[in-house]
Write a protein that binds this ligand. Structure first.
Ligand SMILES: [Zn+2]
Length: 505
């Protein structure tokens, strides 16, 4: 049984500019570094995980212990990431003094609670308005239970992101303008950030905190329908997939008139019903279901196709690559074959045109879909937001897989990758580069092992996969076999009549 990751406590600050326009308030929006494993490249608010010492810092006028820790964490993270110190008594400090305090804190010369105490600074709950707790959906390997606080930036303090650590940049931007950038597909944001921008864009009204808390997701109910980018809903469904993944992403791509559904993968009835309800709500808005489209034939990507078709009516067509259709014959019937380079256009607006790319390697009939206008790449299992991609022969083919990755990397304008598992990838070219480099490094090590006399996948795994637990060795052997087959194709290694792999002399 796959275990779902328990969320870790975290806090974030929605920082409002001092004396901002209440009708169109400015917030401090940061861009996470592309190097970060979790949501690298996303736009967000300053924040981070609770630190052990956060609980030691007193917070005045705070009703309960849990909130106290969250406020302490929020204030510390804000200070560390933006140099803005929200503490009473801090008004007397100069910019230079704050910088030196920050340096002491970051170099661990002084702890957060002792820093506050030493300079007679007081955190006050009145400065931190609670506006929700959001839990990362269970499709992610890293999950957080994040407290959000609305905070007015103190007078005379300049928010500043150094750009060398977790955050790449930061800027003051009107909430409405930030929202417009998201709507133009220029930035990516997770649901709580989007919710905050939408809520603030309606102005700093008297019922502002109520509007923040009106969403059940702001009260820790995990989000099901995730719209990292407008018109692309990521709807993760629980599937019997390969750990660490526990869910497969179904994508609902829609515009004013039409809706496409990619990979309804869950074989579980409760998950099928949740997905059907989401599809129904889009249909109720007047969109008609175009097709159900499959990236490839694996059970965790097709497990819910028949149920969804039964729900929507048999007139809904299923489309996939010919090789996928052949593999699925007898279990899922495919009505239409999708060719390489074919363009699937949605009726209605905005214009959405998905170009199908036959990208074998993980599976023979694997398709990716690329939408050029916004640079959106739906990658199926070729690139995933968590875990690794298994290349298991004969369905899997390492040579083709690397060619497929290169073909994806050669696209000119990719701004996001929507993978078959895990969160969206906002640093597509670094990720593609990483994937290719990782496989080539493995290949080099495997070739070296053969050169040193290892003759079977089992022997090679023992030498090369020293970082992998013995439980995973059977799968590693499949991956090694895929690499060996590539080396055989390239005539660098040959297979003897006894089935041993040896160097070509
Ligand atoms: Zn797969």
């Amino acid at each position: 049984m796959n275990s779902v990751i328990t969320p870790k406590d975290a806090a974030a600050v929605i920082l409002l500019r001092h004396n901002t326009n209440p009708r169109d308030p400015e917030v401090f929006l940061v861009r996470r570094s592309e190097k970060l494993a979790f949501l690298g490249g996303f736009h967000a608010f300053p924040g981070g995980q609770f630190d052990e010492m956060d609980a030691e810092a007193p917070v005045e006028n705070c009703p309960n212990a849990e909130t106290r820790v969250a406020i302490s964490c929020a204030a510390r993270e804000l200070f560390e990431e933006t140099q803005v110190l929200v503490a009473r008594g801090g008004e007397a400090l100069t910019q230079g003094q704050r910088a030196s305090l920050l340096d002491d804190l970051q170099s661990a010369r002084v702890s957060w609670p002792s820093l506050l105490k030493h300079y007679d600074l007081h955190l006050d709950a009145g400065d931190f308005t609670f506006v929700g707790r959001w839990v990362t959906p269970p499709f992610s390997a890293r999950r957080f239970d994040t407290w959000f606080f609305l905070v007015n930036s103190p007078r005379k303090q300049h928010a500043y992101v150094s750009g060398d650590a977790e955050l790449a940049s930061g800027e003051w931007i009107a909430a409405g303008a930030a929202l417009a950038r998201w709507q133009r597909s220029e930035i990516l944001a997770v649901p709580p950030v989007l919710h905050a921008l939408k809520t603030l864009a309606d102005g700093l009204t008297d019922d502002l905190d109520k509007r923040f808390l009106a969403s059940p997701n702001a009260l820790r109910q995990p989000v099901r329908r995730i719209e990292f980018r407008p018109n692309y809903i990521c709807f993760p469904v629980r599937t019997p997939t390969r750990p660490p993944a526990t869910h497969t992403n179904c994508y609902l791509i829609y515009n004013s008139a039409e809706l496409l559904i990619i990979d309804p993968g869950s074989a579980y009835e409760d998950e099928q019903q949740a997905l059907a309800a989401c599809v129904d709500s889009l249909v109720a808005e007047g969109k008609s279901v175009g097709e159900i489209i499959l990236t490839h034939m694996h059970p965790d990507h097709v497990g819910g196709v028949n149920a969804l078709r039964a729900h929507l009516g048999e007139s809904v067509r299923v489309a996939a690559h010919r090789l996928t259709a052949e593999s699925l014959a007898g279990s899922v019937s495919v009505d239409r074959q999708i060719e390489d380079d074919e363009v699937i256009r949605l009726e209605g607006s905005p214009e959405i045109a998905l170009r199908a790319m036959h990208t074998p390697g993980h599976a023979r009939g694997h398709l990716c879909f690329y939408e050029e206008r916004t640079g959106t790449l739906i990658s199926g299992d070729n690139i995933v937001g968590l875990g690794s991609v298994l290349i298991d022969p004969p369905e899997g083919n390492m040579r083709e897989y690397l060619q497929s990755l290169e073909r994806m990397r050669a696209l000119l304008n990719v701004s996001v990758i929507f993978g078959g598992h895990g969160p969206a990838i906002a640093n597509p070219y670094s990720k593609l580069g990483e994937y290719i480099a990782h496989r080539l490094e493995r290949e080099q090590n495997i070739f070296q092992a053969v050169r040193e006399g290892a003759v079977s996948p089992k022997e090679i795994v023992a030498r090369v996969y020293t970082d992998v637990s013995p439980k995973a060795h059977a799968l590693a052997e499949r991956a090694v076999l895929a690499h060996l087959e590539k080396l055989v194709d390239e005539k660098r290694v040959r297979k003897t009549r006894e089935g041993l792999f040896v160097l070509v002399k």
